[in-house]
Design a protein around this ligand. Structure first.
Ligand code: FAD
Length: 469
């Protein structure tokens, strides 16, 4: 067995592992070994569907040391007028560049693709079969949020022989139009499949969309981090804090957030029960609303040649209808996850420490690892912000994120580092506001004055959430 020595053994070369490694490289002199099952860096982006794009502007995705955005607004399409969303192939080639141009040339990073980590510092090559033992000072488990994707997962329902079934990855390989489509899953992947079908000319009436749960979504119009969008983006954050301060219960919270334009839903007559932080533009939402055959009969339990069995009913189908699998979701594994601190003895487990921002989180965890020595203090700065699944999860998620933000604001060097990190996206804009810019100052004052009230009220709302049985 080959033996290696390193400071940090990083398991997982997805966005989280890379954002961590990139910042650790800049902030320390440490040596690293990175191991991943995939052939190339970038994790699930290796197997994403061909028409995938980021859901957020590219300007705050990736690693801290390398730009991803072209800083161009889309001129056509459903993201028109908003900043560029990198395509899947752009994201993949970006992560490859990070590895080839930044991490490996440093001489401090050794990368082992096609390698399965078995535990105890041992990994096996998936091509040659040989085992390698790594002696490390710290293990970084960057696999905690491993994304479950349609191309790789096993659906949680049975599929009879003869059913025309495919992950959304295979849609572009269709050679002739089927009689219709059944899209299974109402998360962001399901939305992407529906939008792609509509954009390629499918009549909305030819799509039946199985929507086990409706979802609250975030308008992408308010996630634009440039000067030009200052009033929209930060005005929206001020409105969000005002809604959170005043809400009497969770339904009232969503009503207020919706009235303020901070969240949207597919059908305004149905109260969503899911929140996965999907981000959507208004034109995308309008396009999806053109699909009228929405099947709200729970989850699929079996796909048969002539019928689809759901929790609450049966749907007719046929072999001429394409069934599109969009049912992969982290929420299937999430409930089984035991809470885990980021720093625990010689194991670091990168997780989200700011809502919707896995890569910023990976980068900041590396910064904290480099500059603080006490695990208690490190975990205080890097308290885990739980991933949302149900609608009410918005409350603990936002509360944890706001507490972290407060703790960070008390630490001057950290505050400064955050401001200069491209993955933060927003702080640079607020810190550049001068007192004579009245409109912007008014927005910032509203945010500053409402934040403590919002935290206080979120604590009350959190008490209304029944604890899991
Ligand atoms: C379609 C889609 C679009 C998204 N868009 C955005 C977006 O716009 N913005 C955003 O912030 N987030 C987005 N996300 C969410 C997600 O957090 C990011 O995509 C991010 O890339 C996930 O990175 P990760 O490293 O946590 O997970 P992964 O990409 O899943 O990486 C984990 C890696 O660990 C490896 N691994 C696991 N176990 C082992 C083992 N035993 N041995 C070796 N290797 C192992 C896997 O091979 C994998 O490469 C999106 C997700 C999806 C599915």
């Amino acid at each position: 067995m080959t033996e290696l020595k390193t400071d940090y053994l990083i398991v997982g070369c997805g966005a989280m592992g890379m954002a961590f490694a990139d910042t650790l490289l800049v902030e320390t002199k440490a040596d690293m070994v990175i191991v991943d099952r995939h052939a190339k860096p970038g994790g699930h982006w290796n197997v994403a569907y061909p028409f995938v794009r980021l859901h957020q502007p590219s300007s705050f995705f990736g690693v801290a040391s390398r730009e991803l955005s072209r800083f161009e607004k889309d001129k056509v399409g459903l993201n028109k007028g908003l900043y560029d969303l990198a395509s899947g192939s752009e994201v993949s080639s970006y992560f490859d560049d990070v590895m080839q141009q930044t991490l490996m040339p440093s001489g401090r990073v050794r990368y082992f693709p096609m390698s399965d980590y078995k535990g105890d510092g041992i990994f096996t090559s998936l091509t040659g079969g040989q085992e390698t033992k790594v002696h490390f000072k710290k293990l970084v488990d960057a696999t905690r949020l491993t994304v479950d994707v349609p191309a790789e997962h096993t659906p949680a329902f049975s599929i009879a022989q003869g059913v025309n079934f495919m992950p959304l990855n295979d849609l572009p390989m269709l050679k002739s139009p089927p009689q219709g489509y059944v899209v299974i899953g109402s998360g962001k992947t399901g939305m992407d499949a529906c939008l792609w079908l509509l954009q390629t000319g499918v009549n909305p009436d030819a799509i039946r969309w199985i929507m086990p749960r409706d979802s609250w979504m975030l308008p992408r119009e308010f996630a634009q981090n440039s000067e030009e969008f200052f009033s929209e983006t930060f005005g929206n954050q001020a409105k969000q804090l005002e809604a959170l301060s005043a809400a009497k219960d969770i339904n009232d919270m969503y009503d207020r957030l919706e009235a303020a334009g901070c969240v949207v839903r597919f059908d305004e007559t149905i109260r969503p029960t899911m929140f996965h932080a999907a981000t959507i533009s208004q034109p995308e939402l309008e396009a999806l609303r053109g699909i009228k055959q929405i099947i709200r009969k729970g989850r699929v339990s079996a796909l048969e040649v002539d019928k689809i069995i759901l929790d609450d009913g049966v749907l007719e189908t046929s072999p001429d209808i394409v069934h599109v699998d969009c049912s992969a979701s982290l929420s299937r594994t999430m409930p089984q996850m035991r809470p885990k601190p980021v720093f625990e003895a010689n194991v670091i487990t990168p997780q989200t420490i700011r809502s919707f921002m896995p890569v910023f989180s990976g980068s900041m965890i590396a910064y904290v690892e480099a500059h603080y020595s006490d695990d208690e203090q490190k975990n205080l700065l890097c308290s885990v912000v739980p991933l949302p699944n149900s609608a009410e999860d918005f409350v603990p998620m936002t509360l944890a994120a706001m507490m972290n933000q407060f703790n960070w604001s008390q630490d001057k060097p950290l505050r400064e580092w955050i401001r200069n990190n491209r993955l933060d996206g927003f702080t640079k804009l607020t810190s550049g506001v001068t007192p004579n810019d009245k409109e912007k100052m008014d927005i910032l004052m509203r945010m500053r004055d409402t934040a403590p009230k919002a935290v206080g009220n979120l604590m009350k709302l959190a008490e209304q959430i029944p604890s899991p049985t």
